[in-house]
Write a protein of this length. Structure first.
Ligand SMILES: NC(=O)c1ccc[n+]([C@@H]2O[C@H](COP(=O)([O-])OP(=O)(O)OC[C@H]3O[C@@H](n4cnc5c(N)ncnc54)[C@H](OP(=O)(O)O)[C@@H]3O)[C@@H](O)[C@H]2O)c1
Length: 262
């Protein structure tokens, strides 16, 4: 079949328009992690700061609810959007949560340094409040760093830190029952090791005979790897570092865990 000059020009014009339209659509539609916002709670803390670093590395936009803006800016750099607030009062929490896609909390009370910052108000009340706002704002996934031993009422940490593990479990329960998609990470003892060396050992059942330690950087890596991952949803697990070096296969690691009983 032969086309005249006009036909060929028309065909070229149609092809060009189709190409231009597809280019415009791709450019206008933000892709993957780059378009998504993670709200980090406890970002000025030792684990939270690692969460911020790893979220930025993964291409997420990061915002943080912080109590001390100058200290947070110095610690977290200029890429992070800061919102000044306190989980005990709820001050500016709705503003922090509104429009975010995900929440990662590495929040922790510090009752010894500040007797008014109790586990009841922070590890329970703060998480309960955040979970409520997360539901209202349709947060896609809320990842909570809790603690190994949370189910053991007679754990010595409860006597030392105003029932911290008891309140952490209540915070976990508030998240689990909130309706927001969640993952709860219960690390063993946290260390300042640089991380990325040893595969994590993920366990369920809060069995204290299998205690161990893990780098804060590795806990942060697990939290960021879990984001929006179907295999991680509605799961609570303990984690320590193994002795095995290697690159985690996240789908297999998260996929091997059981979904929480209702
Ligand atoms: N230490 C361990 O071996 C261990 C083991 C297992 C689990 N964990 C848990 O892992 C998590 C992270 O631990 P970490 O040692 O990395 O924490 P961290 O360094 O003590 O940091 C705690 C963070 O929570 C923030 N925060 C405290 N009270 C707040 C409030 N009222 N409103 C808003 N933010 C508040 C702090 O902000 P400021 O900077 O303003 O104080 C800080 O950013 C904690 O939940 C901890 O209990 C710890």
């Amino acid at each position: 079949m032969k086309f005249g000059l006009q036909g060929r020009v028309l065909a070229l014009a149609i092809l060009f328009c189709a190409w231009f339209a597809s280019t415009v659509v791709v450019a206008a539609e933000p892709s993957g992690a780059q378009a998504r916002t993670v709200l980090v709670i406890g970002a000025t803390g030792r684990t939270g700061r690692e969460v911020v670093v790893k979220s930025l590395e993964a291409g997420y936009q990061v915002r943080a609810l912080v109590r001390d803006e100058p200290r947070a800016r110095a610690s977290l750099g200029s890429e992070v959007t800061l919102i000044v607030g306190d989980v005990r009062t709820g001050e500016r929490i709705s503003e922090a949560v509104e429009g975010a896609d995900f929440i990662i909390s590495a929040l922790g009370s510090n009752v010894r340094a500040d007797p008014s910052n109790t586990p009841e108000l922070v590890d329970f009340g703060g998480i309960q409040r955040l979970a409520k706002h997360a539901v209202e704002s349709k947060i896609r996934h809320f990842i909570l760093v809790s603690s190994m031993g949370a189910t053991h009422r007679d754990h010595p940490l409860n006597r030392m830190y105003s029932n911290i593990l008891i309140w952490k479990l209540k915070g976990e329960d508030a998240l689990r029952t909130s309706g927001v998609p969640y993952t709860i990470i219960r690390p063993g003892g946290l260390t300042e090791a640089r991380g990325g060396e040893f595969l994590p050992t993920m366990m369920q059942g809060d069995d204290l005979s299998r205690q161990g330690r893990i780098a804060r950087a590795d806990v942060a890596a697990i939290a960021v790897a879990a984001l929006d991952r179907p295999e991680a949803m509605k799961k609570t697990f303990e984690v320590i570092a193994s002795n095995t070096p290697g690159e985690p296969d996240w789908a297999t690691l998260f996929g091997s865990l059981n979904v929480d009983a209702k």
